[in-house]
Design a protein around this ligand. Structure first.
Ligand SMILES: [Fe+2]
Length: 426
């Protein structure tokens, strides 16, 4: 995560504004939740909303306040054990699969913890924090935005386990677009030696750099995301029953897990419904498919006679696309059909709607070095066994994404807003 080697520092008034806005956004996300909603952990990979709200606060307390404010008084000494996520250098921590056991402190106490830490960070920034502190606060804000998306995806998973399929927001049924998706078009791109990766101007996580040269062969890229309607064709054609379409590990996974449709899909009176942050809703055939794993995305691409793009191909194209899209700020909180996206005739939906699986493993770029110290544990130690996703989703905070942004998840992960766009060799 550390932006330390990659970021130009911003003046502390701008950082203070960013800090206040991001911290308030998290409070707003927690507002619709009861104490019970915010405490239950629905699976080991998901964390309770209360934990997200506390852990992001712990990050500022541990990384910013403790080393820089000599008379800082921790809100509660036990919170370092409860809300450390994976920082070995910061000490022992509560086991991740048991975060749902933290019924105390209650949600109200966590909001009080947030206010305590906010006041201390704002006081520090008002003193005119130097570059190092500003950079750490900026990092903490981007870290918190990552957890804002996780809070939404984890609440979705939790509510999907409830037979009532409660809505996080606006439970009214949404109309399904009668129209089918636009026919997909493939745009051609020349190959060659191109540069990808962050150039150090503005904030980036350490894994996005260094900027470097890489070789891509000529390729074509779909001008929109794969839709639910296309996924239904894949299902109807036996896509989940043909081992020849699947990676070996993927085939083993769907047999073990019994997967035969995207996560959250269920059939009601012969119709496909899917769990959303607005409760169970009919599947919109024209909207992008989401909540599919890398294994499923790869099998679909094989079925379609195409492939997933590499992250270099994706970034090469995205660098010249507008960074507008359907992000969390739009309030839709679910992916929308390409017809709703700007850029008719061009490559659409590169940003927002769903994270796009690429075929690239999450690995260090040439000359990558994690920064020293605890923040060096942010990304580098996860560069094994995961695949890169690009572009952000309908649950990503607006302004949090960049063409160089590298998200990553294991190939069997499905609870994020993960979808795909197809590519082919030219
Ligand atoms: Fe975190």
């Amino acid at each position: 995560m550390p932006a330390l080697p990659l970021s130009d520092s911003r003046p502390s008034p701008a950082i203070a504004d960013l800090f206040r806005r991001v911290r308030q956004d998290s409070v707003s996300l927690g507002k619709p939740l009861s104490d019970a909603d915010a405490t239950v952990q629905s699976m080991p990979d998901a964390s309770p909303a209360k934990w997200h709200l506390a852990h992001t606060t712990w990050f500022f307390e541990t990384m910013v306040l403790a080393p820089n404010v000599s008379d800082y008084r921790p809100f509660d000494q036990s919170f370092n054990y409860l809300f450390n996520s994976y920082y070995e250098t910061v000490g022992e921590r509560h086991p991740r699969p048991k975060r749902g056991m933290i019924t105390r402190p209650d949600l109200a106490t966590i909001f009080a913890y947030r206010e305590h830490v906010d006041a201390a960070v704002e006081a520090l920034l008002e003193q005119g924090a130097g570059e190092e502190i500003s950079t750490l606060v900026e990092l903490g804000c981007h870290h918190e935005q990552q957890h804002q998306e996780l809070l939404l995806t984890d609440i979705l998973h939790l509510f999907a386990q409830n037979p009532l399929r409660p809505a996080y927001k606006d439970p009214q049924p949404l109309a399904v677009g009668a129209s089918e998706a636009d026919p997909v078009q493939y745009k051609s791109f020349e190959g060659g030696i191109v540069e990808i990766g962050h150039d150090g101007q503005g904030f980036a996580f350490d894994s996005e750099g260094p900027r470097h040269r890489t070789l891509i062969e000529p390729f074509r890229l779909a001008d929109r995301l794969v839709t639910n309607g296309e996924w239904m064709e894949f299902m109807a054609d036996g896509g989940y029953r043909d081992p020849l379409l699947w990676l070996s590990a993927g085939w083993a996974t769907i047999l073990t897990e019994g997967w035969d449709r995207p996560f959250y899909w269920e059939e009601r009176d012969g119709e496909h419904f899917t769990m959303t942050l607005r409760g169970a809703q009919p599947v919109d055939p024209a909207a992008p498919v989401t909540h599919v794993s890398y294994f499923e995305a790869d099998a679909f691409a094989t079925w379609a006679g195409r492939r997933l793009p590499s992250e270099a191909e994706w970034e090469h194209v995205a660098a010249s696309c507008p960074m507008a899209g359907n992000f969390a700020d739009s309030g839709h909180l679910r992916p929308r059909p390409a017809q709703n996206a700007a850029g008719a005739g061009e490559i659409r939906q590169m940003f927002g709607d769903v994270w796009e699986w690429t075929r690239s493993p999450f690995a260090p770029y040439p000359r990558f070095k994690p920064v020293e110290g605890a923040v060096g544990e942010y990304n580098g130690k996860f560069m094994c066994g995961q695949f890169v996703l690009r572009g952000g989703s309908c649950a990503t905070p607006g302004g949090h994404i960049r063409p160089t942004y590298r998200n990553f998840f294991p190939p069997d992960a499905r609870w994020q807003f993960s979808g795909l766009r197809l590519a082919e060799d030219a």
